[in-house]
Design a protein around this ligand. Sequence first.
Ligand code: CDT
Length: 333
Amino acid sequence: PRLLKVAAAQMGPIHLTSKREETVSRMIALLQSASSLGAQVVLFPETALTTFFPRHLINSQEELDSYFEHSELHESANTKPLFDEAKKLGIDISVGYAERTPEGKGYNTQVYYSAKKAAIIAKYRKIHLPGTKEPFEDPNAVNQLEKRYFEPGNLGFKAFRVPDVIEGVSKKGSGEAAPGKGDPIMGMIICNDRRWAESWRTYGLQGVEVVLCGYNTVGWAPDLWGTRKPMTPQQAEEEALFHHKLVMQANSYMNSCFSISAAKAGLEDGKHDLIGGSCITSPEGHILAEAKGKGDEIVFAEIDLEDCRQGKEKTFDFDRHRRIDSYGLITQQ
Ligand code: CDT
């Protein structure tokens, strides 16, 4: 077996007025409770350090910049304590945040930090940015201004090997091991990316074994989602939760990988309710563990990466069964 103890650190709401220090303290507390369960890898949500600020029209550059991080997270004064704790506990963490580059570009980013290496070993920048550049005219509509504040990610969907987490993997050559052997192969996606088959398949083609997905999904946003029929806010939230689980389960199955999803959940900024539903999903599409509420909560499971083999070697053995000569349209304009 290639066993790995993994956790999603779901976070309850964070507000425009929340202090970064308090948010990071909450993340450290979550990390400590994951540690008491023996977790080796802990995933935090998309924009874990702040409220989901793209719902607001922010005209002041200074205010906008205050929601971004301007240096690498393990070095930033705001977040170093979290990364120091991860290193001390020997737990890898993956954290979503708004990244401002030295050139002034904004990205919706997620990093993977290896505790043993004391380094960020992978970075992903969100590719499928939802919503609009301009706010809706209706002042009551829920906005999602990611296209205004972020550039589409420019790092692709690049799977990576995670060192030093599986016992018995030979140090030498683990980087070159075939998929299904050696160090785990992971990939990161962010929120809306999970609804796109292409995100998953691009990782699937690299032999991915665990997909990490942080998210902020609003329960009630008819201008964004569209609604075929009138729905109460509660029905809309149930529908959003259904679609979340649907894509996590179906895409894990179709790419023979585990997935971990971590929500920022609950009522942010007084009126924007985000769904919970953080979960860990198996390569056969089953939910192994799931959040019970919408507050800070650890969702934990021990997984065996060998379970990816069944799908990768049989039903979804891409080398034997894919028919790429029929898929041309997928990458045409
Ligand atoms: N944060 C994020 O990507 N949210 C989106 C909202 C979708 S708007 C149609 C999501 O996919 O959950």
